[in-house]
Each structure stands twice: as C-alpha cells, then as structure tokens.
Design a protein around this ligand. Structure first.
Ligand code: DX5
Ligand code: ZN
Length: 220
C-alpha cells in the first residue's frame, strides 16, 4: 500500500502559508491535513470553513480534512471537498456515524473514521464495508506538540492485522499525533500508510521543511 505524507497545516507559520503549499507541491506531498476543531469536541479552535475553501481553491493536492467537531453529519455541507479528498469524522462525536460516512461518500470523497486513543478497534466492526480509511489518533486530539500515547503503536498493528485477516486489504490507516521521525518508523512497521506530519517531523524547528519531508519519506 502506498505510503503517504499529510503535513498538518495547523502547525505552519501562517505568514508563510503560500510558500509552504508551493513546497508541498514541489515535493509531491500526497495530502494536506486540515485540522478543524469546534471548541466543544476538543478544547481548541483551529482552521475554519473559509480556510478549507482557500486551500481547496489554491492547490491541487487532495485535502485530508480532520473534523474534530460534534455531530459532523449536520455540518459536512459547510466544507468544500469532493472527489479524491479524504474526510475524517470521529466515532466519539456522533450517534449517526453511518449517516456521516454515507454523506461524505455521496460527494465522491474518501470516508475515514477517526478513533481517539482509548476508543477500541471493535467499534469499527460494522463500518468496514463503508469506509475507505481509519484515522488512529496517536495523541489525544486538540493540540499539536503532544507526546505519543504508547499503547497506540500496538493498536496500529492490531488493526492492520485484523483488516488483512478479514479481507479489507484496501482500507488505509492514517496516524495523527507526534509522528516524529523515530515514531514514524515504528508506525510504518506496525502497518500505518498515511502519516500526519506536524511539529515533530515536517515542521520540526531549525530545519528546512523540504529537508524534513525528504527525511520522513526516507523513513516510512
Ligand atoms: C492534533 C491534530 C494533529 C496535530 C499533529 O489534534 O489532529 O494533526 O496537528 O501535530 P503534532 O505532529 O505536533 O502532534
Ligand atoms: Zn489531525
């Protein structure tokens, strides 16, 4: 399965956003990870609907919209996305997950369910026929710069193995949170194939973004 890098735009220097997007394009970045937070599902606000629209309008790189918002099925219409984009909704954020997944797919996008570190994999059981990917949070959602929840490494492995065993070989696994150069190698070995790269890798201080992208690509 192809390994993909998804820089987490909430970690960028917003004064340099255009330059960062151009660097992503020059370095064949696979997805642009956009963290949307509503201050209720997580105790933070980040990128909003107009920001998503701006990115959608100004690059051909597919979006990877991570919705950390309550009742996402009622709000998908607020966001620009379509064919080839990835949209993740949290299992913990809605009573109508199947409805949310169907609404994402109706617009031609790839549907992803996000699980917080403590949410068990068995919650995916009745979703596997409908989803394209699983986003495993490797930190508790809400902020960049946090430390890996160690138990998530074996969760990645367990998910990859169970997907293979049950024949869902096309379902992708995205990891999000403290995907450092060291952790990325462990996560890749465990079976992840989409890497949300934030403050601990692509945007690691004191190094050029291009250099960090190349280094991460060589590791995964
Ligand atoms: C956290 C976000 C992540 C975050 C990753 O809730 O979902 O995308 O920006 O940043 P780092 O890599 O610093 O953990
Ligand atoms: Zn994210």
């Amino acid at each position: 399965m192809d390994k993909k890098i998804a820089p987490s735009v909430m970690c960028v220097d917003f004064f340099e956003l255009r330059k960062h997007i151009e660097t992503f394009e020059k370095n064949n970045i696979d997805l642009v990870h956009l963290d949307v937070m509503d201050g209720s599902f997580v105790s933070n606000y980040t990128l909003g609907t107009d920001f998503v629209k701006t990115i959608k309008k100004n690059t051909n790189i597919p979006l990877d919209i991570h919705l950390m918002i309550e009742e996402p099925e009622k709000k998908l219409g607020w966001f620009e996305f379509g064919e080839g984009d990835y949209v993740s909704v949290h299992y913990e954020a809605t009573r109508h997950l199947n409805r949310a997944i169907a609404a994402i797919k109706e617009r031609g996008a790839k549907a992803m369910v996000a699980l917080n570190p403590a949410t068990p994999l068995c919650m995916l059981e009745d979703l596997l026929d409908d989803i394209d990917a699983v986003l495993l949070m490797t930190v508790n959602p809400g902020f960049a710069g946090q430390k890996l929840v160690q138990s998530t490494l074996k969760k990645i492995k367990k998910l990859r193995e169970s997907l293979y065993k049950s024949g869902y070989t096309n379902i992708e696994i995205e990891v999000d949170g403290n995907v450092s150069f060291e952790n990325a190698e462990l996560m890749s070995r465990a079976g992840a194939n989409i890497f949300v790269a934030g403050s601990s890798s692509v945007f690691l201080k004191d190094f050029e973004i291009e250099e960090n992208i190349k280094r991460l690509r060589s590791i995964i």
